[in-house]
Write a protein that binds this ligand. Structure first.
Ligand code: S3P
Length: 172
């Protein structure tokens, strides 16, 4: 079984992915974590030391490597992964993958990200009053990629367990 979770920062990809994997007795991988281990650096360090373009390159290469080397997994992507370097097509073309967009509204994402931005280099330096505008614009630009996932689940006002249960229904 191959499951790939995608969506904007703060939509819960990592939390939901790890819970889902437990229920399904599958291996769970978070792509950012995978990159951090391979590079022996945090995502923030990679952005600061090498810049975003370098990050997008290695993100693309590690995504391909992971997909080629594994045939059963729950994988959560970084928020930007589907939006660069043809990654969304790589995911879509992979046989038997459930790609799932965890869709959150601007308000839901803002409420989560305003208290959780420090480890996210794209938003770490934004003031709270510019954050909501940033999310709205950025989410709008990225939605075209997220919408290419085979499935979409709304996460607004839902508990993790309920979202995991919804995903499991999708898999039947
Ligand atoms: C990014 C999201 C982050 C991480 C990097 C860039 C993005 O992952 O990959 O900071 O472009 O949205 P999360 O979505 O897990 O925060």
């Amino acid at each position: 079984m191959k499951i790939i979770l995608l969506g904007y920062m703060g939509c819960g990809k990592t939390t939901i992915g790890s819970q889902l994997a437990k229920k399904l007795y599958q291996n769970f991988t978070d792509l950012d974590n995978y990159i951090e281990k391979k590079e022996n650096k945090t995502i923030s360090e990679i952005f600061t030391e090498k810049g975003e373009i370098y990050f997008r390159n290695i993100e693309h290469n590690y995504l391909k490597k992971f997909i080629n080397e594994n045939d059963s997994y729950v994988l959560s992507l970084g928020g930007g992964t589907p939006c660069y370097a043809n990654n969304i097509n790589i995911i879509s073309q992979e046989a038997n993958v459930y790609s799932i967009y965890l869709q959150g509204s601007v308000t839901t994402l803002y409420e989560r990200l305003k208290i959780n931005s420090s480890k996210r280099p794209l938003i770490a330096s934004l003031k709270k009053d510019s954050l909501i505008e940033y999310i709205a614009k950025h989410l709008f630009e990225r939605s075209v990629y997220y919408e290419k996932a085979k499935h979409r689940i709304s996460i607004n006002s839902k508990a993790v367990d309920d979202i995991v249960a919804e995903i499991r229904i999708l898999l039947h």
